[in-house]
Design a protein around this ligand. Structure first.
Ligand code: BGC
Length: 405
């Protein structure tokens, strides 16, 4: 069992001070929640222990409608996310595990799917793990053939973050902080990162990313949750209807590095401007689908200007049986749609079900892959004195009918 006593419970009511109730024998209330109808709830328990003895905590955050997420401070991983279907039945729609051991296991590290984790310093790939900046060439840790992927060998998904629970007018959540030292995974600059998860009363998960540096450095933070809107462990996601608000995508080579081209989606299997089942064209004879082994591509969002500060609709996913609808808005210029092509059934999830090929999808809001080497892509360089700020919002609902475009 992941939840061991003692645990502490933080109850957040309207205007109420945070109440801390220590319980000697936990009966694992955090694991089977979803029934909580208070304004906002936070509970903290021990999730496990790292090999070096540090404790990993799990926070349960729930809103008044019963939506509930559990987050651990290792990797900022969302380990579960329960939302209602069209009949009001709650299911966990996020792929992941119940124990820290599973996240630390060799099988998991080899498969490295990054279930639910915060990703950085650079989400996605950097070709050959190299880039030049200010006249210097930097070599990053490589962990995907010759390329650098999702921050390297020990990216932000594999470090212990400091966690501070909070409540505000919007909802309840967690501020996660981590300082990545100068040279970590090869990156220049000491990067102070802060990611805030807020679960709102309006059934949204708002993720705010913030970072500062003392040397110019590339930054591209994202979140790597895999969803199955029918419930994790319930099989393929190929029947989910996907809409991506993108007229173009960035084609890749056979190592998934963008070629630099921005290609219109029109007339290709990458056109998701109208809601389309993920599986409808995934097996088509198409070089890009062959390289990605399915969808594993960055889409150029219709609104590219990330500077206005507004999060605009990027994607909408609907699953017909449950009626669950996930809408993602972001300030970012791109989104990686990954159809779980590397899931191979060798990882067993929370319901004891193997996570088979394409049994979860990820939608990673981001700047484009390999931007530090691609002059025509929006810049990902953060300078000292600047503050990196991006926001992504996940909205959960359910409806009987397929959504419009
Ligand atoms: C990448 C995939 C990779 C997956 C898990 C995605 O963001 O695009 O190629 O397999 O993450 O590492």
């Amino acid at each position: 069992m992941p939840f061991t006593s003692p645990f502490s419970r933080l109850t957040l009511g309207a205007g109420a001070a945070v109440l801390l109730i220590a319980a000697a024998q936990a009966e694992d209330p955090a694991a089977d929640g979803g029934d909580d109808r208070r304004a906002g709830t936070l509970e903290k328990a021990t999730f496990g222990e790292l090999p070096d003895g540090r404790t990993v905590d799990v926070y349960r955050i729930a809103n008044a409608n019963g939506i509930e997420m559990r987050v651990i401070n290792y990797g900022g991983i969302i380990v579960s996310l329960k939302t209602p279907d069209k009949h009001g039945e709650f299911d966990d729609i996020a792929l992941g595990f119940d124990s820290l051991e599973a996240y630390l296991s060799d099988t998991y590290r080899q498969a490295n799917p990054y279930f639910g984790a915060l990703i950085g310093r650079y989400g996605n790939r950097i070709a050959d793990g190299r880039f030049s900046l200010g006249g210097e060439t930097y070599s990053l840790a490589t962990n995907d053939g010759d390329n650098h992927l999702h921050g390297g060998q020990q990216g932000l998904d594999k470090v212990l973050w400091q966690a501070e629970p909070f409540e505000n007018d919007e909802g309840a959540g967690l501020v996660l902080s981590y300082t990545s030292e100068d040279g970590e995974e090869g990156y220049p600059g000491r990067l102070e990162t802060q990611v805030t998860y807020t679960l709102t009363a309006a059934d949204e998960l708002v993720v705010d990313y913030r970072a500062t540096t003392d040397k110019a450095t590339p930054v591209n933070l994202t979140q790597h949750s895999y969803f199955n809107l029918e419930g994790e462990g319930s099989g393929s996601i190929l029947d989910h209807y996907m809409m991506i608000n993108a007229d173009a995508f960035t084609p890749v080579d056979d190592t998934l590095i963008p070629t630099g081209e921005i290609r219109p989606v029109e007339g290709t299997p990458f056109d998701f401007t109208q809601p389309t089942p993920i599986g409808e064209r995934i097996e088509q004879d198409n070089e890009q689908l062959t390289f990605g082994k399915g969808y594993d591509h960055n889409f150029v969002l219709a609104r590219q200007d990330a500077s206005s500060g507004d999060a605009l609709l990027a994607a909408r996913v609907w699953e017909p049986d449950s009626g669950r609808l996930l809408e993602i808005s972001t300030t970012e210029p791109g989104i990686q749609f990954y159809s779980g092509n590397f899931l191979a059934g060798d990882l067993t999830g929370k319901q004891g079900q193997a996570y088979e090929h394409r049994s979860g999808f990820a939608l990673e809001t981001q700047h484009y892959p390999d931007s530090p080497n691609q002059a025509n892509f929006p810049s990902t360089i953060l300078e000292p004195g600047e503050t990196y700020r991006t926001r992504t919002i996940y909205r959960f609902s359910a409806q009987e009918e397929a959504p419009g475009s």
